[in-house]
Design a protein around this ligand. Structure first.
Ligand code: GLN
Length: 275
């Protein structure tokens, strides 16, 4: 599908505003049905699906906040679970499978640094947004010929993570030729190919890109004109307004009292980057 990212961002901004307005006055265009479907949680569990290879948002570590998992999203999800009197359970899966897992009720919510997109909104409902990011290019430290996103089109070998917004932008918006694109399931893996010289660049979300560059002796090239801002939100099954309301009230609280910003600072420094 060809997409115009600028246009989508504008539509998205308008959609977020109008959804908020409609939600408060119960407008008939609002996508959520009147009835709330029962949460798929078994008893006291709240099941979060994620792809725990996306630091600083979710990653695996010895002493995680929840089992072996830690990160900004894990901390947010834990707070949502705590405030609804539930135990957070984390299902680590491929990013590309998260939307299906939410819509079939295998998980209650996807908390995965997930960018709100029009396409995803066809299949899930999104919470209010909680973080603004953009794509960046991770390149070798001595790279000089990739200065902008346009440079990726000059026969460069580009890596992306399957189903990420970076994949859509490289494939559809920039139009890098298909034979020059390599797709992997995890950012951690694809960045290794830049390190070992198999790829010229990886296009990935900013915070994760910076963390992976730092950990692997690579560098980040930004191009804000080409890579516009993206908003992260939590995805729930369509019509699950009960859970969505709980999520939104916790996010509102955490935004208002500065907790999300604090988490960003804390986890960015834990993975070796400054915001
Ligand atoms: N923000 C990107 C997306 O939604 C990547 C998210 C992720 O890998 N966890 O596609």
């Amino acid at each position: 599908m060809k997409t115009n990212f600028k246009k989508i961002t504008a539509i998205l901004a308008a959609a977020v505003l109008s959804t908020a307005a409609l939600a408060s006055c119960g407008g008939s265009d609002a996508p959520a049905p009147e009835t709330t479907s029962a949460p798929s949680t078994n008893g006291d569990e709240l099941i979060m699906g994620t792809n725990a290879a996306f630091q600083p948002f979710e990653y695996v570590t010895e002493n995680g906040l929840v089992d072996i998992y830690d990160g900004i999203d894990v901390a947010i999800a834990k707070k949502i679970a705590d405030e609804s009197g539930k135990t957070l359970k984390i299902e680590d899966m491929e990013f590309d499978g998260l939307i299906a897992a939410v819509s079939t009720g295998k998980i209650d919510m996807a908390v995965a640094g997930m960018t709100v997109t029009e396409e995803r909104k066809q299949n899930v409902d999104f919470s209010d947004t909680y973080y603004t990011a953009s794509q960046v290019m991770v390149v070798p430290a001595d790279n000089e010929d990739i200065q902008s996103a346009e440079d990726l089109k000059n026969g460069k070998l580009v890596g992306v993570v399957l189903g990420y917004t970076g994949d859509n932008i490289v494939t559809d918006t920039l139009g890098v030729s298909e034979e020059n694109i390599t797709r992997a399931n995890r950012g951690i893996d694809i960045v290794q190919d830049v390190k070992n010289g198999k790829l010229d660049a990886v296009v990935i979300d900013s915070a994760t890109g910076k963390a992976l560059a730092e950990a692997n002796g690579l560098k980040v090239v930004e191009d804000p004109a080409a890579f516009e801002s993206e908003e992260y939100a939590i995805a729930v099954k369509k019509g699950n307004t009960e859970l969505l309301d709980q999520i939104n009230s916790v996010l509102a609280e955490m935004k208002a009292n500065g907790e999300i910003e604090e988490l960003a600072v804390k986890y960015n420094s834990e993975v070796g980057i400054e915001e």
